[in-house]
Design a protein around this ligand. Structure first.
Ligand code: PLP
Length: 388
């Protein structure tokens, strides 16, 4: 039954059939016109999804590599950055910066709450223009399921002479992100989340200001050097400095084509409906949501509070063994206290209903007082309404 598994993780996610087939194509050399065509098509498709005129660099690594590359390329030892931390991935971005000898000022927000732009503005006012070289933020904090809105932060960053770096690993192609309009200097995504491709590539949009910072940066860089990547992309053209993950590129090209055909607006709307249906079901069966504010709630992942009497490991194992369904837990102090369900990319209404059904059965059997089918009905009502 392994081929029947329902992937409800916040990445890696289920890869659509056509993309899987595409990734099984014959191998090609990375210095051939076939590969150049592949990179060219992927680059064009990425610009559409990132909503940018910037080059989107294709780096062979997962999302974390993209974050590390961003810092190593644009900053120097002793530079000051403001890191907006709303959960485990915000923490990670800050930690990488510290390892590179960058002076990091963390602005912490309670896990489950979004960045408060007023607090950021106060801080920037206090230190003045040019104090921070960059602001680091997580668009969709996957560990809690909160969305931080980049628009006011882009405006503030420009006003105070800072670059804005956005970790959009679990949001790009699932939640609206207007790279250019919202003045983001670097946006990092990766293939295995809402871009519904196999893992293997980080995709990094780099603004002219960030490229200028690359010239001033004194941190060591080679494999993920933005300048080399940009040169190979523009001058070869359409190549990468080293061998890229060609099978992942095949799948990504197919996915980008599908996204374009569906339309980005429709893709975002579809994510909103999936999230709304799942959230509504969880509330109906009596579970708390870590993020209870609909506007700030993630459209790609939901963190649900686990009743104290139920062990997360039991829930996870039973869902896998009895229902062939993957979910995950959370990190840090939320470990064991919430479970997370990803609903991004290729997630269908049937996946949502299957997940709710499995959760209802296992949670009831583990002692939660709930009426079987009540969560499913709540989700159906959302789907029904959306279709009228
Ligand atoms: N940032 C965010 C917001 C994430 O959700 C993740 C992974 O879940 C990462 C960074 C790390 O990505 P990767 O596992 O691709 O390195």
């Amino acid at each position: 039954m392994k081929n029947k598994r329902t992937m409800m993780l916040p990445g890696p996610v289920d890869v659509p059939h056509q993309a899987l087939l595409a990734s099984a194509q014959k191998m090609i050399g990375h210095r051939t016109s076939d590969c150049e065509d592949l990179v060219a098509e992927v680059s064009e498709g990425l610009k559409y999804v990132f909503q940018t005129e910037n080059d989107v660099l294709v780096l062979t690594c997962s999302g974390t590599g993209g974050l590390e590359a961003t810092l190593a390329n644009t900053l120097s030892k002793g530079d000051k950055v403001l890191s907006l931390c709303t959960g485990a991935f915000g923490e990670r971005f800050a930690t990488i910066a510290e390892r590179y000898g960058i002076e990091v000022e963390r602005m912490n927000f309670t896990w489950g709450e979004a960045v408060n732009a007023d607090r950021v503005e106060e801080k920037l006012k206090e230190v003045g223009k040019g104090y921070f070289k960059a602001i680091l933020m997580t668009h969709n904090e996957t560990s809690t399921g909160i969305v931080n809105h980049p628009k006011p932060l882009g405006k503030l960053a420009k006003e105070y002479g800072a670059l804005l770096f956005i970790d959009a690993v679990s949001s790009l192609a699932g939640i609206e992100l207007k790279t250019d309009k919202w003045k983001a200097d670097v946006v990092v995504a990766s293939t295995q989340k809402a871009l519904m491709s196999p893992p293997g590539l980080a995709l990094v949009s780099v603004s002219p200001a960030a490229m200028k910072a690359r010239e001033e940066s004194d941190l060591p860089k080679f494999y993920w050097d933005f300048k080399r990547a940009k040169r190979f992309l523009n001058e070869r053209p359409n190549q990468t400095p080293s061998t890229p993950a060609i099978t992942t590129l095949y799948a990504l090209r197919e996915v980008l084509k599908e996204i374009k055909e569906e339309g980005l607006g429709e893709v975002f709307d579809r994510h909103k409906i999936m999230a709304k249906a799942f959230r509504s079901a969880m509330k109906k069966i009596g579970l708390g949501l870590l993020v209870d504010n609909e506007d700030e709630a993630s459209k790609t992942v939901t963190a649900v509070e686990l009743p104290k009497e139920i062990k997360f490991s039991t829930l996870k194992e039973r869902l896998l063994e009895e229902h062939n369904l993957y979910i995950t837990g959370s990190k840090g102090h939320l470990k064991g206290k919430v479970f997370r369900v990803g609903h991004m990319g290729n997630t269908t209404k049937s996946d949502i209903l299957t997940t709710i059904s499995a959760l209802e059965i296992v949670l009831k059997d583990e002692g939660l007082d709930l009426e079987l089918g009540s969560g499913i009905k709540a989700a159906q009502e959302i789907f029904y309404k959306e279709e009228r």
